[in-house]
Ligand binder design. Structure first.
Ligand SMILES: *Cc1c(COP(=O)(O)O)cnc(C)c1O
Length: 428
């Protein structure tokens, strides 16, 4: 597989380099030099999730890894289903939240962990990341128990929900969670300081495993194929897919799937009031505003970092950005959509409900609609309970972790302390 840096096209890297480095020079994102196009999509769709995903990812990765290797990675990463559920005539929910941390980030996070392990030279790797909740949980579970890889996760002490904390701070083994006496920005600043320290970076094999890693998007392509495989042939004809978007990685993966031959008529970019992209698609002006806190907080992003990949893909395919539907939804409107779905007997949290709302507004006669449900309703229990006046039970994975003992250490907002902690972890 060859990839190039979108900002500095002369920087070309292999899959292994792209996975290890994450970002290119000048903070440029890596993008595949060419994409395989499947001519026999119907046959591909008739295969099971793991077999099909192995084929898609092998074609993408090329001869850098054997099909057997890719198969083992997919098998380890995709250990949970991505079912579609009909909510009403012609409208389906794609449930991406059946993984260990109950959000779609499990797909990308787990495949990234497998990818890093596959391309490593056997030396020690230390993953360092800061989290305000969700990504940390996905990273912790994805790397849990892997040989030669330690994970250190910093989070702001007392500033994430107790349940969120239980979900990733109870694992132990190679997962080290540290509650920092400071806010999320302080955690991020500490991480940045560590990456700026060249000597430390080499010494402990520091890696960020961050959200723009290309391996994440590659994994996400596979669940779009999985969704379409569950529809009848008639329903595949005029399919519209609505994606609740924050950093726009999920939508990028969907568009990549389309570019590889998956029959999707159009996509809808659905956001909350952090609507930089819908406004841009309307006016052609890129004008981010300060980020606003909403009930769909995983989408509270005003400078979406995957957007340049969407522009690049459209450019290379000769697609106009006009083919993207768009819509921005307020908290009040998303609460209304949660209620509407509940009346249809479908329990949904605000992120998925936003995708549903914009889809409902824009779906036309004769089209089939699919909206992505990116998190389990229990992950946003407080919000959903409040909207519907219910007291939802906890699903098994959350209930299990809620009982477990917290294993985090505490640390001052102090780089020298972090440095010695990292050395201790790496030299154990
Ligand atoms: C991360 C996240 C999103 C946004 O996905 P992007 O790929 O960043 O657009 C949406 N919903 C949930 C629940 C998330 O965790």
């Amino acid at each position: 597989m060859k990839l190039y840096n979108i900002k500095e096209n002369d920087q070309q890297v292999s899959f292994a380099q792209a996975v290890r480095q994450g970002l290119g020079r000048n903070q440029g994102l890596f993008f595949p030099d060419s994409l395989p196009v499947f001519e026999d999509v119907d046959k591909l769709l008739s295969e099971d999730f793991v077999t099909r995903s192995t084929r898609i990812l092998s074609e993408l990765i090329g001869d850098e890894l054997s099909a057997e290797q890719v198969n083992a990675m997919v098998d380890a990463a995709f250990q949970f289903p991505a079912p579609i559920k009909q909510v009403k005539d012609g409208t389906y929910a794609l449930e991406l939240f059946h993984g260990p941390t109950l959000a779609f980030k499990d797909f990308g996070g787990r495949f990234m962990a497998q990818s890093l392990a596959a391309v490593s030279d056997g030396g020690k790797i230390t993953i360092l990341t800061a989290t305000s909740g969700d990504t940390g949980a996905a990273v912790a579970h994805a790397f849990y128990g892997m040989d030669n890889i330690d994970v250190v996760i910093l989070y702001p002490k007392g500033k994430i929900s107790p349940l969120q904390e239980k979900l990733f701070c109870t694992l132990g083994k190679n997962i080290h969670t540290v509650a920092i006496d400071g806010d999320f920005d302080a955690c991020q600043a500490l991480v940045k300081q560590a990456f700026d320290d060249e000597a430390l970076r080499k010494e402990i094999g520091l890696n960020s495993a961050n959200s723009i890693n290309i391996s994440r998007l590659m994994a996400q392509i596979c669940y779009y194929f999985e969704a379409v495989s569950q529809l009848s042939e008639a329903e595949r004809e005029n399919l519209v897919v609505s994606v609740p978007s924050g950093n726009f990685g999920n939508l990028t993966a969907g568009l990549l799937a389309k570019a590889m031959g998956l029959p999707i008529k159009r996509f809808i970019a659905a956001t909350n009031v952090n609507d930089t992209v819908p406004r841009y698609l309307q006016s052609g002006q890129w004008q981010p505003k300060p980020t606003i806190a909403t009930t769909s907080n995983a989408m509270d992003v005003s400078q979406p970092n995957n957007w340049p990949r969407i522009e690049e893909l459209c450019k290379t395919k000769g697609w106009s950005l006009d083919m993207l539907g768009k819509g921005a939804v307020t908290d009040e409107q998303s609460a209304h959509a949660v209620k509407e779905l509940n009346q249809l007997n479908y329990l949904c949290e605000p992120h998925g409900a936003i995708a549903y709302r914009v889809l409902s507004e824009q779906l036309q006669e004769g089209e089939t609609g699919l909206f992505l449900c990116t998190a389990h309703p229990a992950k946003f229990k407080e919000v959903v309970d409040d909207i519907l006046s219910i007291d939802m039970g906890l699903p098994a994975p959350l209930a299990k972790h809620a009982q477990m003992e917290l294993l985090s250490s505490e640390m001052d907002d102090d780089f020298s302390e972090l440095k010695s902690l990292l050395r201790n972890v790496a030299n154990q």
